[in-house]
Design a protein around this ligand. Structure first.
Ligand code: SF4
Length: 461
């Protein structure tokens, strides 16, 4: 994707002045040793909070945050970290990945000491991280990993273990895991396209750099910095800042990268991912619990299976379904059907809406799917915050009454953001090929319906 001319909108002399932002990028580049110390501190805290609770007796999931280490870790992982990371990706880009992520630190460390093999062709498939993300998300909800320290260790720790193994086998001091496999990065790379910060490369200055030119940038996710045009894979580590005096951390309008999409840059598989995973799947997993469709499916399954729970117990144990309690296979099956059903239904409706708005033009429908990222990202953050509210409620702080207002502010912001991106995108595309006059109103109507779905989404009972 092309990064157009940087748009400088903050005041030139304020805290957010472009020169200060550039200096921040340069400071990251100059203080990599401090960044590394911070990264290893995070790794130590992360491993402690991941492993220790799993070694202790399983805590009561309804206990307060400070009643046990497991509850504290759960609150930190799912109540603070997850919503915080989603919002930071959407607004500022993938700084978390480049500066703080423990998996990134571990894989890079391992890669400096590993076998250094070339990245195989099967690993370069662009949709692979998104597929892994979907599979992990399904399983995470089936085993209710949020409420169990050992299940969290199995899933979250399993991902960290794979990042270590990938580092030991592939790349020479690089983050092959982050670039080609990390499941979370598949979602982060979508959200970060909307961010207001990016590392901008001035090609003219790059090419005109005086000789001898400095050593090539040590870019952890193996990007060709000279041709950097998108936040998609940039970990915002800052190591390239100031290189050849051509790379600088800069402001841009929120969603600028998407509004500037060219017809050849909108990828079909990514549009499908936005519609079915970012919107469909993540809505389904955040709201299946307590939804009328889940209760309906559960009742139907119970009626169908009767009381013969013996094989349920055996299968449940094999699949780690919520401790292998008899009958939980039915619960897990109902959860799976609720999630898959809601995901497919919502994804298909949004996909059909986009095709209608684009008047059947597939490329334009794909580009418009990207314009829905801000609304979908805020919807995802709202779902994550809901979990934070449930943790607060367990600790005697009932803040549920702020949820409708939180949703209202969030969905309205996301709606305006998405529609403004679509308006700019359609205006640009209209200059080349005639865009249907109803494209924007139809897109706005679709985004409005999606905002209503987020606003009135079911909450856990
Ligand atoms: S382009 Fe590479 S080196 Fe530069 S900030 Fe992004 S990840 Fe870091």
């Amino acid at each position: 994707m092309e990064q157009r001319q940087a748009v400088v909108f903050p005041r030139r002399d304020g805290v957010f002045a472009p020169a200060r932002v550039k200096a921040l990028g340069d400071a990251l580049q100059q203080h990599q040793d401090r960044v590394r110390k911070l990264q290893w501190t995070i790794v130590a805290i992360y491993l402690f909070l991941l492993i220790t609770p799993a070694c202790l007796p399983e805590a009561d999931p309804r206990a307060g945050v400070f009643d046990s280490l497991a509850c504290f870790a759960e609150a930190l992982f799912w109540g603070v970290w997850w919503p915080g990371v989603i919002l930071s990706m959407l607004i500022f880009g993938q700084f978390w990945c480049g500066l703080l992520c423990p998996d990134g630190t571990i894989t890079e460390f391992a890669s400096r000491r590993g076998r250094g093999l070339k990245v195989p062709a099967w690993m370069r498939r662009p949709a692979l991280p998104l597929l892994l993300f979907c599979l992990i998300t399904f399983y995470e909800h089936l085993i209710d990993a949020f409420h169990s320290a050992s299940m969290t260790l199995l899933l979250v720790g399993g991902v960290s273990l794979f990042s270590l193994i990938t580092g030991l086998i592939y790349g020479r001091g690089k983050r092959v895991w982050c670039r080609f496999l990390c499941p979370g990065a598949s979602i982060f790379s979508l959200l970060s396209r909307c961010a207001v910060l990016h590392f901008r490369v001035d090609r003219a200055k790059w090419d005109a750099a005086p000789r001898p030119v400095p050593r090539a940038v040590d870019c952890p996710p193996l990007l060709d910095v000279r041709r950097l045009k998108s936040n998609e894979k940039c970990n915002m580590c800052g190591r390239c800042s100031g290189h050849r005096q051509a790379v600088a951390l800069s402001w841009r309008w929120p969603g600028e990268e998407i509004a500037a999409l060219e017809p050849g840059e909108a990828r079909e598989w990514e549009a499908v991912g936005i519609v079915f995973a970012l919107i469909g799947l993540l809505y389904a997993v955040a709201h299946w619990h307590g939804s009328f469709w889940h209760l309906w499916i559960l009742a139907a399954l119970r009626q169908w299976a009767g009381d013969a729970a013996l094989w349920h117990a055996e299968a449940s144990r094999w699949l780690f379904l919520q401790g292998g309690e008899p009958g939980n296979l039915i619960g897990a099956l109902a959860a799976l059907l609720s999630i898959v059903g809601a995901m497919l239904a919502l994804g298909a409706l949004v996909g059909a809406g986009l095709l209608t708005a684009a008047h059947g033009q597939k490329k334009l429908a794909c580009a418009l799917a990207y314009a829905l990222i801000p609304l979908a990202g805020i919807g995802l953050a709202l779902g994550a915050m809901e979990y934070s509210l449930s943790i607060l409620a367990r600790n005697g702080v009932n803040a549920w009454n702020i949820l409708p207002w939180l949703r209202l502010v969030g969905t309205l912001t996301g709606l305006c953001w998405s529609v403004s991106i679509a308006r700019r995108l359609l205006r640009r595309w209209d200059r080349r090929a005639r865009v249907h006059a109803l494209a924007l109103p139809l897109f706005a109507a679709l985004a409005g319906l999606l905002a209503v779905a987020y606003q009135f989404a079911p909450t856990p009972t």
